[in-house]
Write a protein that binds this ligand. Structure first.
Ligand code: GLA
Length: 388
């Protein structure tokens, strides 16, 4: 029996109108799913400073939460191969833990990412002494690095992407570093499921700068166990071996024939228990890879790819930086209870920190980290999520 025979003309008109309405409604709901940014109160620091949390969401539902304390990414939810969202970064569920016991979960790191040997360096004939907060060395900016200050935030609305611009003015002499350093970090979430991080800084005295981001990723989900089954690829023929204090020796050593060879993607786990002296110094992977790029080339390039076979999640790391610190969460020791509700143990997350090489201020042959007045420090890194 045919359509026009069952229904009257009026009924056919009604059906047509209903169909038209459905089409219009679904089109407008697709259009409504544009990126968004919202703000809420997160807490108050021990010093009485108010901290806000911003939630950046894209049209696919990817959601990143960032607090103004330390510019910390507290949660990063991305889809797995079945479209299920999960938080893929380690974190805490309260400000007090971030203030008192954070092993740099999700934070902006500065002024100098990673270590400077003997907590000192010379620049233009001046000697500078820094805080020795890691044995005799300085680590991640000192006692109160950029991970422990409250940043001024400005929303950057948009349709295909939304951003959060964070600014901090680090005064001359802070943690021993010279120059008033005006730093801006812009986090952007795009409809291509990217978290883009753009760093810029200017100074009024010659100084050194090396900014990075310290999320601990677990693509199977925060609190789901170790990252030892994750498959990692790093575009690097060489790495910078370290001494027992985790300071680079200055050598750029070939990865060939070592556990540090990730030129063909492989699981992280097996190498961790290697008796290679470098692995013993790091208690696992905690090294800087020399990315394959021409010296001085600051084009955005694919540096690494991380894949979790279980969930199908893939994370590409693209950067303008010459180095990548791969840290396999070696110091997580079961003393922290995280935002997953469970306790974090060794290897429960890994960091892929784009950077200039550790201890560059004392290694004249490494790419320079000097920033002079009149120049602008610029660096961009993208963490791009997909599935396979
Ligand atoms: C970096 C360092 C590690 C460790 C972590 C933070 O990745 O290289 O040695 O200090 O930060 O715990």
């Amino acid at each position: 029996m045919k359509f026009y025979m069952i229904f009257s003309r009026a009924q056919r008109g009604l059906v047509f109108a209903a169909c038209l309405l459905a089409v219009v409604l679904s089109a407008s709901s697709i259009m409504a799913a544009s990126a968004s940014i919202t703000k809420s109160e997160y807490g108050t620091t021990a010093d009485g400073e108010a901290v806000d949390e911003y939630t950046l969401t894209n049209a696919n539902g990817m959601e990143v939460k960032i607090i103004t304390y330390g510019g910390i990414v507290t949660s990063l939810r991305v889809p797995d191969r079945n479209g299920n969202l999960d938080d893929v970064v380690l974190g805490f569920d309260n400000l007090q833990d971030y203030e008192t016991r954070n092993p740099y979960f999700g934070a902006i790191i500065g002024r100098y990412g990673n270590r400077i040997g003997n907590a000192s360096f010379s620049l233009d004939g001046e000697d500078y002494t820094l805080a020795a907060n890691n044995g005799e060395n300085t680590l991640h900016g000192g006692n109160k690095g950029f991970d422990k200050v409250v940043w001024t935030a400005e929303e950057i609305p948009g349709d295909a992407e939304v951003g959060l611009s964070l600014n901090y003015l680090s005064p001359d002499g802070e943690e021993g570093y010279p120059g008033n350093l005006d730093v801006t970090v812009v986090y952007t979430v795009t409809d291509d499921n990217e978290l883009r991080i753009e760093y810029s800084a200017t100074t009024d005295k010659p100084t050194v700068v090396n900014l990075t981001h310290h999320s601990y990723f677990n693509l199977a989900g925060n609190g789901s166990g170790t990252i030892y089954d994750h498959i990692l690829w790093i575009d690097a023929d060489r790495y910078t071996p370290i001494d027992a204090g985790l300071i680079p020796t200055g050598e750029l050593a070939p990865v060939d024939g070592t556990p540090f060879d990730f030129r063909v993607a492989k699981a992280i786990g097996p190498g961790i228990r290697s008796n290679d002296e470098q692995m013993i110094f790091g208690r696992g992977y905690d090294h800087n890879w020399v990315l394959n790029r021409e010296e001085g080339n600051t084009e955005m390039e694919l540096a690494a790819r991380l894949y979790d076979p279980g969930s199908g999640r893939v994370m590409d790391v693209l950067t303008t930086e010459p180095g990548l610190q791969f840290y396999s969460g070696n110091f997580l020791d079961g003393t922290l209870v995280g935002s997953s509700g469970g306790m974090y143990r060794q290897g429960d997350g890994l960091c892929l920190e784009t950077q200039h090489f550790p201890d560059s201020p004392n290694k004249p042959d490494f790419p320079s980290t000097t920033l002079n007045p009149g120049d602008t420090y610029e660096s961009t890194t993208i963490y791009r999520f997909g599935v396979d």
